[in-house]
Design a protein around this ligand. Structure first.
Ligand SMILES: *Cc1c(COP(=O)(O)O)cnc(C)c1O
Length: 411
């Protein structure tokens, strides 16, 4: 007879978790040496019961913090009804999700997927179809312009236009049809446009690229250029979206609108993988008649219910205002440490990058010390620490976390 014990009943210690993970799973991440067992709000607890600040916030997927009670309630209620149907059938949850997301984005249509990379792929396919069916580009000639330093995900097509060697090299042959221009350079964009250009795909703030904020006016300028040349402007707001930067979407910092918006991360309320593309009728309907695209899990009723609840929660609690105020406060507090190791503190709202000087070296050793003090954060591009804590963090908690950071980098 089989045993009645489950693997979940095995109680591994810290060392065993690390060992088993290293032995039995791919080494495609280099995790910090902490085993997380529980989360609540801005806090997580490790195997030894130590409480830490989660200042990474799952790369901006945890905008409402760990296990927000309102979202847990919606999730549990939905778990008692129905979770998975496939898109072969209609569900009320998906209909309402589409309605709520179109209202929030001001777009006419949406297409639900699960991960950010899938939503980016969806936007690429949509742009190409639009180019052939609406703009009149010759078959298989469509080009999409992207930016150097971009991060849009990890699929074979997306890494084809990444200039990060770790993400890109030796994964070829690469998908053709992408042209790279420098970020924050409208003239380079205009010079790269040809009659075959379908879209310009860009992040309003480069997140993985090191929290790179473009000059004021950049978004308005690229909007104007795309309009003039009949090119779709596709914004990847997977990281910057959903109240993180002090606006509902980062593009709202300027007087412009994209043609298509790519969303993910925080859309799932820190609970489910939920992503989506939203755009005009014209682009979406031209691109995607029945059978042209899909996903087994995309738009499932459980994800849809959680996404609706997450959007409503962030809206009700004015997380845009909260992120703007707390982000400015957080940046002032970090500046006030006046660390000789820090070159620059930048960002928008609660998406903050702290770049170390060349002399200070890589961020990683400092991050390990911060972890010992009780603050979890991660580096992007080696020299820069990214802070993207839950927007629910209080000013007192910011004070406490910054005091712990100061113990490591203070002068
Ligand atoms: C994280 C991220 C993605 C990819 O999302 P996944 O869910 O990891 O596939 C795409 N674009 C941006 C800007 C991101 O930050």
């Amino acid at each position: 007879m089989g045993t009645t014990t489950s693997a979940l009943d095995r109680n591994l210690n810290h060392e065993e978790v690390l060992e088993l993970t290293e032995q039995k799973s791919a080494h495609n991440y280099a995790p910090m040496e902490v085993v997380l067992t529980r989360g609540e709000g801005v806090y997580v607890w490790d195997k030894n019961g130590k409480k830490l600040f989660d200042m990474l916030g799952c790369y901006s997927a945890l905008n409402v913090g760990h296990l927000h009670p309102k979202l847990v309630e919606v999730m549990v209620n939905q778990l008692k009804k129905i979770t998975l149907t496939s898109r072969a059938f209609y569900t009320e949850e998906m209909a309402l999700f589409a309605d709520v997301l179109c209202e929030l984005t001001g777009m006419e249509k949406m297409l639900p997927m699960n991960t950010g990379a899938e939503a980016v792929e969806t936007a690429i396919k949509m742009s190409r179809r639009w180019a052939y069916r609406v703009k009149g580009v010759e078959a298989n000639k469509a080009e999409i312009i992207v930016c150097s330093g971009n991060f849009h995900g990890r699929t074979t097509t997306i890494v084809s236009f990444s200039d990060d060697p770790d993400a890109h090299d030796e994964f070829g042959p690469y998908t053709p049809g992408f042209v790279t221009v420098p970020f924050n350079d409208p003239e380079a964009l205009e010079a790269a446009i040809t009659p075959n250009t379908a879209a310009f795909l860009v992040e309003p703030i480069q997140g993985e690229g090191g929290i790179i904020v473009p000059d004021d006016g950049y978004l308005v300028q690229i909007r104007e250029i795309c309009d003039r040349h009949n090119v779709l402007l596709v914004l990847d707001e997977v990281q910057t979206g959903f109240f993180r930067t002090g606006k509902v979407f980062a593009f709202e910092h300027e007087d412009m609108r994209p043609d298509a918006l790519i969303m993910g991360k925080a859309l799932g309320g820190g609970i489910m993988p939920v992503s989506a593309v939203a755009s005009s009728h014209e682009a979406m309907d031209a691109a995607f008649p029945p059978g042209s695209h899909g996903s087994t899990f995309g738009g499932n009723p459980l994800s849809s219910a959680v996404a609706i609840a997450a959007i409503e929660l962030m809206k009700e609690e004015r997380m845009d205002k909260q992120a703007a105020e707390k982000g400015a406060y957080f940046m002032r507090k970090l500046e006030a440490i006046n660390s000789p190791l820090v070159k620059e503190i930048r960002g928008k709202g609660l998406l903050i990058g702290m770049e170390f000087t060349r002399e200070a070296g890589k961020a990683k050793p400092y991050l390990k010390k911060m972890m010992k003090e009780g603050v979890l954060a991660k580096d992007t591009h080696e020299q820069t620490v990214r802070f993207a804590p839950p927007i629910t963090i209080t000013t007192e908690e910011i004070d406490q976390a910054v005091a712990l950071v100061a113990r490591v980098i203070g002068g």
